[in-house]
Design a protein around this ligand. Structure first.
Ligand SMILES: Cc1cc2nc3c(=O)[nH]c(=O)nc-3n(C[C@H](O)[C@H](O)[C@H](O)COP(=O)(O)O)c2cc1C
Length: 190
């Protein structure tokens, strides 16, 4: 996917299009990504999330429960990192970003309204995600879907993209920053 025929800026734009094409496509390798955050005492934590929306500039959206650790981290420290891996293209993309949790407003309402059926159960447990359930297994109890809902959006505004393309002859690596509406960057040593 990364081509030496093009400058890093153009490659970054193509990689962003590849990220966008993953939205809603459960077979796309970029639909699942690793989101890394860190607490205020600088303890990092990574987890897989689903990519839910991507605009044509530098913003991505994910869904979560507003009581989860990642949301506490983001509130303490908005700097985050997203990582994608496409095994078919041998392409790793790392996005440095600023993260925000959205729990109210039009955008939140629109996405919340689109979550149907079992999907809603993810955001309605009575106990918070990560809470201790004790030694014997028990299904977590749920609030009435329509009454209580801890659905939150995570908005990532990408500031930096580093992409590594593995290749049998020569690996390619580039880094771009998003500045005034476009990607600008350079090739770097793999
Ligand atoms: C394939 C897969 C997809 C997942 N998608 C999401 C997701 O979209 N949002 C989410 O909050 N957690 C998702 N999870 C669960 C997280 O990886 C994580 O376990 C959970 O959100 C708790 O994270 P935290 O305690 O670090 O906040 C997914 C896990 C897997 C394995």
């Amino acid at each position: 996917m990364i081509s030496i025929e093009y400058p890093p800026e153009k490659n970054a734009t193509q990689i962003w299009s590849h990220i966008r094409s993953a939205v809603g496509d459960s077979n796309h390798p970029f639909r699942l990504l690793t989101l890394s955050t860190s607490s205020k005492d600088a303890k990092p934590q990574s987890r897989i999330v689903v990519l839910r929306e991507a605009d044509d500039q530098n913003t991505l959206l994910m869904y979560t429960d507003s009581r989860s650790d990642k949301v506490s981290h983001i509130r303490e420290n908005p700097s985050g990192c997203l990582q994608f891996w496409d095994p078919g293209r041998q392409l790793q993309v790392t996005i440095g970003c600023s993260l925000e949790c959205i729990t109210t407003g039009k955008q939140h309402e629109k996405h919340n309204a689109g979550i149907k059926g079992r999907g809603r159960a993810l955001y309605t447990t009575k106990a918070s995600p990560g809470e201790n359930l004790g030694p014997s297994f028990q299904e977590p109890e749920h609030w009435d879907f329509d009454q209580v809902n801890y659905f939150a959006l995570i908005r990532a505004e990408a500031t930096e993209m580093t992409a590594l393309q593995l290749h049998k002859d020569h690996h390619l690596r580039m880094r771009c920053r998003f500045n005034r509406g476009s990607w600008q960057g350079t090739w770097i040593v793999p």
